[in-house]
Structures are given as structure tokens and as C-alpha cells.
Design a protein around this ligand. Structure first.
Ligand code: UT7
Length: 318
């Protein structure tokens, strides 16, 4: 039994925050942000708009696009670093919002790699016949853990949610072909929040050694891309579309270049979304699918790297 992505959905908050707006608050410029990151604007959630609200909206769209109802879903997995509350999980709040009282729901926390981890986990559950259809969601309210006075981090992140319906199939010609997950907790101090439930009793704010994270990201992504190809025997030229985590355009271009892929085969949303952490891949995937860039039989490579460090890749035959 294999899992394939039956449909996608997404949600972005209404409010657009441009680089120009940020440059009026901290010592930065549109030029610096665009040159170093590729980001032009990001969406920021309204006050009172929570991660579970965005997750639910994306989930509803994914269900609608699959012509399914919550009754057809067996489980919900949400990848997030910014849950509404310490507990319960965002996933159970989504479950309740969808009116589901059956099945099970839980969150996965792997920061920017969260969606890759969540898809790998859900695909394993389906392979073990633990569920037939799983809503897999990446949802983040990064604005709640940003120090808006820190120019190093406040220009990078955004809010949003993306979702997919993952479904069991015995059709060998499609689905998630291979997953490769890694972590190395020794790098905690390069990317972390300066607070937490058991340490300070607050959520804390993002702290990052950007240049160091950048170097590790390039190496880590090269590793998981190689692993995905080695495990399946595919060559870089077999990949139809690269759907990368959206942290920095230079990192994305580096991965594409290593694969010998033109940027026409790469999904880029960070110019408009910024880095939405676990939401970035499903947001990008939905944009590609709804824009007609993905067709049956295409080979998609998904990859991400984030705090922990965590990193991983997936190869998906559409
Ligand atoms: O999604 C999770 C994974 N995260 C990532 O992959 C992020 C990886 N890192 C990056 O994307 C980049 O390192 C950044 C975009 C964060 C920074 O770009 P960089 O080219 O590595 O810049 P830098 O940190 O080396 O800083 C260069 C200069 C510094 O000034 P000095 O020391 O050269 O005088 C910074 O203080 O740019 C300065 N700077 C800024 N200037 C204007 C840092 N942030 C800003 C800013 N506006 N917002």
C-alpha cells in the first residue's frame, strides 16, 4: 500500500507586509532583503487569527478540491512550530472545527522541515494500513515568535497554511516513492527560540546565526537530494518539478543548479510569502498544482531544512 497526494489547498492571511513597510520599522531596505533573500513581501495573520484557523481553511480547500467531506478522512497530521496553545495539538482543533469526532489527530514539530516529516509520517501510517485518507497540513503563525525589532530575522518570515489529502492506493505507478529524514541536535544554538514551555514559560523569539545556517542548509539539502535519487535510481533530469522549502532564493537556486535544473522547473513563492516554515512546501505545492504546473506522471522532489537542525526530502510520482 502506498500514499499519493489526491488534492491540495492553501490559506494566506489577508494582510500583506512589504519590505518597504519593514524598512520603516528597522534598519533595513527593500534592496538588501531582495538581494540577500529574494523576499519582496509576506502575509501576516490578523490579531486573533490563529494557526488552527489557517490550518482549517487550507484543509477545507483540500477537501473541496478532492470532492471529499470530513467524514471521508481518517486522520489529521499538522506540522507546526507555532501552535495556538501548548496543548492540545493544532490537529485536534482542526478536527473539531471540521466537525470530526472519529479518527485521530496529532502535531509534528520539525520547524521548517515539518511538512516533509509530516508527509513521511502519514505515508508510513497509510503503508501500515493505519488509515486510508489523511489530511496533512503545514500551518504557521511565525509572526508570533518574531522579534519585530530584530532586523536579522523579522524580514524573513511569514504566516500561512497549506494542506494535502494523502490517500492509500495499490497503484504502483504513483505516490510517495521514498522519504529521507535527518536531524542533528548539536546545531541547536544556530537557530532556536529564546524561550519555551519548560524553560521560560513563554514562547520565546527566533534567534538565528544566518550565515552558519545557510552553509549547513546548502550541504544538508545536497545530501537529501542525492539520497532520494540514489534510493530510486532516478537521475536529476527525471525530475519534473522541484518544490523546495522557501527560506532563501540563493539556497533554492543552489539546489536547482546542483541538479542541473532550470528555474522554470522550480516552484518559487518566497517572493510573496517569505519563509512560512512548515507551511512553505504545501503552499508552494498548491500554487503549482492549481496553476496547472503538475500533471499525472510527473516526478516531484520536495526538500526542506530547518531548526534542530532537521532536514529531509521526498520523491513523489504524481
Ligand atoms: O528556514 C530555516 C532555515 N533558514 C535558512 O535557511 C536561513 C539561512 N540564512 C539566510 O538565508 C541568510 O544567511 C540571511 C538572509 C539570514 C542573511 O544573509 P547573509 O548574506 O548571510 O548576511 P549576513 O548574515 O552575513 O549579514 C551581512 C550583513 C551584516 O552586516 P555586517 O556585519 O556585514 O556589517 C548584517 O548585520 O548584513 C547585515 N544585515 C542586514 N542589513 C540590512 C542582517 N540583516 C539585515 C537586514 N537589513 N535585514
Amino acid at each position: 500500500m502506498r500514499a499519493f497526494i489526491r488534492s491540495t489547498g492553501s490559506y494566506l492571511p489577508e494582510r500583506v507586509v512589504t519590505n518597504a513597510e519593514l524598512s520603516r520599522k528597522v534598519e533595513t531596505s527593500d534592496e538588501w532583503i531582495v538581494q540577500r533573500t529574494g523576499i519582496k513581501e509576506r502575509r501576516i495573520a490578523a490579531e486573533g487569527e490563529l494557526t488552527s484557523h489557517m490550518a482549517t481553511a487550507a484543509a477545507r480547500m483540500a477537501l473541496e478540491n478532492a470532492k471529499l467531506t470530513p467524514a471521508d478522512i481518517d486522520a489529521i497530521v499538522v506540522a507546526t512550530t507555532t501552535p495556538d496553545d501548548t496543548f492540545p495539538a493544532v490537529a485536534v482543533k482542526v478536527q473539531a472545527a471540521l466537525g470530526m469526532t472519529h479518527g485521530f489527530a496529532f502535531d509534528v514539530q520539525a520547524v521548517c522541515s515539518g511538512f516533509v516529516y509530516a508527509l513521511a509520517t502519514a505515508s508510513g501510517i497509510i503503508a501500515n494500513k493505519g488509515a486510508k485518507r489523511i489530511l496533512v497540513i503545514g500551518a504557521e503563525k511565525m509572526s508570533s515568535i518574531i522579534d519585530w525589532n530584530d532586523r536579522i530575522t523579522c524580514v524573513l518570515f511569514g504566516d500561512g497554511a497549506g494542506a494535502v489529502v494523502l490517500e492509500a492506493t495499490d497503484d504502483d505507478s504513483r505516490g510517495i516513492l521514498t522519504t529521507h529524514l535527518h536531524s542533528d541536535g548539536r546545531h541547536r544554538d544556530l537557530l532556536y527560540t529564546n524561550g519555551g514551555v519548560a524553560s521560560t514559560g513563554t514562547a520565546g523569539k527566533i534567534q538565528m546565526q544566518g550565515r552558519e545556517v545557510f552553509k549547513h542548509a546548502v550541504e544538508a539539502l545536497a545530501q537529501v537530494v542525492d539520497e532520494a535519487l540514489a534510493a530510486t535510481g532516478y537521475k536529476p533530469e527525471d525530475i519534473s518539478l522541484l518544490v523546495p522549502h522557501q527560506a532563501n532564493l540563493r539556497i533554492i537556486e543552489g539546489t536547482a543548479k546542483k541538479l542541473g535544473m532550470g528555474m522554470d522547473k522550480v516552484v518559487v513563492t518566497l517572493d510573496r510569502h517569505g519563509n512560512t516554515s512548515a507551511a512553505s512546501i504545501p503552499l508552494a505545492l498548491h500554487e503549482a498544482v492549481s496553476g496547472g504546473r503538475v500533471k499525472r506522471g510527473d516526478l516531484l522532489l520536495l526538500e526542506a531544512m530547518g531548526g534542530g537542525f532537521t532536514w529531509g526530502s521526498l520523491l513523489v510520482r504524481w
